[in-house]
Design a protein around this ligand. Structure first.
Ligand code: AQP
Length: 332
């Protein structure tokens, strides 16, 4: 039996190289060895204000980027969360099993709540919806970046809690699949290496999106913060900004961090950054070309309609089983 993989990405902006190296690139690698479900988690994006027209476009673009990054929709199920209502339905049932204290402790909630004028309940309960996304599909493995580790832990706790309550395995307890930092698990902001790179960050210079044109990529890399030492070596503690650029270089070129250190011995940051920018442009070029092919009218819509049908069929039995266990009446 192939393992079941589930992961999602929020259409809360244009996807960054953090989303790519931390998650999506691994989706494409896993699809031939596992039974994969990849979801545009649009309901999660609603936890903070969104402009409807922009959101609609971002949902389609996120799905296009999945496919442009190598996910084959004939092999993997690619779909949009809001088109499979079982996600919202299970989320409510799981909320009734979740403690408020567990959710208040989430570092992402605290960070995002601190940036909002008003904090919605959805921002607090976001990890429960994420648990529903994952648990509906009997998921074995969840490929995500490091920032999602805490949310994965809540998902596991909920599954274990419910299985214990009913004394049987209702939900499979999923395992995280998180790359180490040096392999892209946490790409940092280009303007503040203490913060992770985020697609919804206020300063566009802090991130590189997968659709940024070559000139813009070059500008952003050339203006990325470094330090005053002017040596290229990996040291997360002392040189977080340069270390982050080195990780991006290594992910693009396949060279080890040691090889990069040797290659640039005695060179200044200028030459390193220029060559990093060129590498990144070349890494993203095929993805950007494929993305534009997928922008023809109707193409992505057809893929997503098929994906939603497949996802609904896979998700419904788990929802019905849990409803029945809780004492709700079967569907007439
Ligand atoms: N900087 C990052 N480095 C490595 N992985 C990352 N991920 C996000 N940022 C980095 C991973 O990308 C996947 C999709 O993330 P998401 O869209 O569901 O939400 P997020 O984690 O909150 O990502 P962003 O870009 O920071 O979005 P906003 O700005 O809307 O909050 C996840 O697997 C995530 O770990």
């Amino acid at each position: 039996m192939k393992k079941r993989v589930f992961s999602g990405v929020q259409p809360s902006g244009s996807l960054t190289i953090g989303n790519y190296f931390g998650a999506i690139r691994n989706f494409a690698k896993l699809q031939h060895e596992a039974d994969c479900f990849f979801c545009v988690v649009d309901l999660h994006a609603l936890t903070v204000p969104q402009d409807p027209a922009t959101l609609r476009e971002n949902i389609k673009n996120t799905a296009r980027l999945f496919i442009a990054a190598g996910i084959d929709p004939r092999v993997s199920t690619v779909f949009v969360q809001s088109q499979v209502s079982a996600h919202s339905e299970l989320s409510w049932l799981l909320e009734c099993q979740t403690y408020i204290g567990e959710l208040r402790r989430m570092t992402q909630f605290k960070a995002k709540a601190g940036k909002q004028d008003v904090v919605t309940t959805g921002l607090l309960t976001y990890p429960v919806l994420m648990a529903a996304d994952i648990l509906l599909y009997n998921t074995d493995l969840v490929p995500v970046g490091e920032d999602q580790k805490q949310h994965l832990e809540i998902t596991r706790d909920l599954a274990i809690r419910i299985n214990n309550r009913f004394q049987e395995e209702i939900f499979k307890v999923p395992e995280p699949y998180i790359p180490p930092r040096q392999s892209g698990g946490r790409i940092m902001s280009l303007t503040d290496p203490g913060e992770k790179m985020s697609k919804s960050a206020e300063n566009p210079k802090s991130y590189i999106t997968l659709l940024d044109p070559p000139d813009l990529i070059k500008k952003k890399i050339m203006s990325a913060v470094t330090d005053s030492e002017a040596t290229i070596r990996y040291d997360e503690g002392q040189k977080p900004a340069v270390s982050n650029l080195m990780v991006i270089y290594s992910l693009c070129s396949g060279e080890s961090l040691e090889a990069i250190t040797q290659k640039y011995e005695g060179c200044g940051y200028g030459q390193f950054k220029k060559e990093l920018a060129e590498l990144l442009v070349e890494t993203l070029r095929p993805l950007q070309e494929k993305f534009h092919e997928l922008s023809a009218p109707g193409v992505i819509e057809e893929i997503l309609a098929d994906g939603a049908n497949r996802a609904r069929a896979a998700a419904e039995p788990k929802l019905r089983l849990f409803q029945e266990k809780l004492g709700l009446l079967p569907f007439a």
